[in-house]
Design a protein. Sequence first.
Length: 272
Amino acid sequence: MLKNKTIERYLQDFSCIIITGASSGIGRELLSRIEYSGTAAVVFNLSRTSPENISKAIKFTHLNCDLSQPTHIESVVMDLKKLMPANGRILLINNSGFGAYGEFPKPGIDHTLRMIDVNSRAPVHLTALLWEDIKSRGGHVVNVASLAGYQPTPLMATYAATKAFLLNWSIALDSEGREFGVRCTAICPGPVSTNFSKAAGFESSTGMGGQTVQECVEESLQAMARQRPQLITGWKNRLLGFLSARLSKPLAAQIGLRMIRKLKLDRFVKKA
Ligand SMILES: NC(=O)c1ccc[n+]([C@@H]2O[C@H](COP(=O)([O-])OP(=O)(O)OC[C@H]3O[C@@H](n4cnc5c(N)ncnc54)[C@H](OP(=O)(O)O)[C@@H]3O)[C@@H](O)[C@H]2O)c1
């Protein structure tokens, strides 16, 4: 891991760091960078499984939480408020999320509704319950959205819509929060090699390539340190985002459908 003074200084500026979904993928890499930064912050992870091999050098607590359950969110925030240091800036990273592929409502109504809960409802709920603390102490809310949030995406219609919600909500909240010293950043990765494909119902990697988790997180942390309202990670993804934003949404959806069909992703879908 390369030293990066801007990122380390940024991470050292908080007394409390709360991340969701650091048990795997992008969240776990963000946590590794937090471990490596030498921050004195108290660090919390919220997810259903605990991250492994955490460095003893940070003050870390895993709090079990299924973010699809509003009651879990309420009770975990009560625990957080007892455990959080009383002063200092707060960094909240809403990273947990998962996808789905297939003609609506595949892979199933339950999966689809849980995805809305984890990807869109939970970040709003968690942030709202912590908002007064973040406002009074100063802080940064980071939302891991997706490149898919920039256009309507057939065959991933609900997933992309959850991320469009998160992206727009995050940018709007950034405008509201500035006057209180609170900033928000929406991170929008394209394909990144993590457990994401498996959780989205694919048997094996879809071969879509993309960024390594390290590349994605390095760029994300740079954008967070610069308090940018949004970032699409990876230059190819930025180009795609730029081009699709210039098309009408129905046209972008039609072109998207043709492109996704060409990828023949059905080959990789787990058999029921
Ligand atoms: N990888 C990509 O290609 C890609 C592209 C664009 C955006 N993203 C976004 O990046 C974020 C991280 O995904 P990833 O790629 O790192 O995938 P991942 O390796 O599958 O990690 C997903 C994380 O979300 C957590 N999570 C899922 N359901 C949860 C629930 N009900 N309650 C609490 N936590 C839950 C998981 O924790 P537990 O299982 O322990 O609960 C896990 O730590 C997601 O929001 C995803 O939409 C990923």
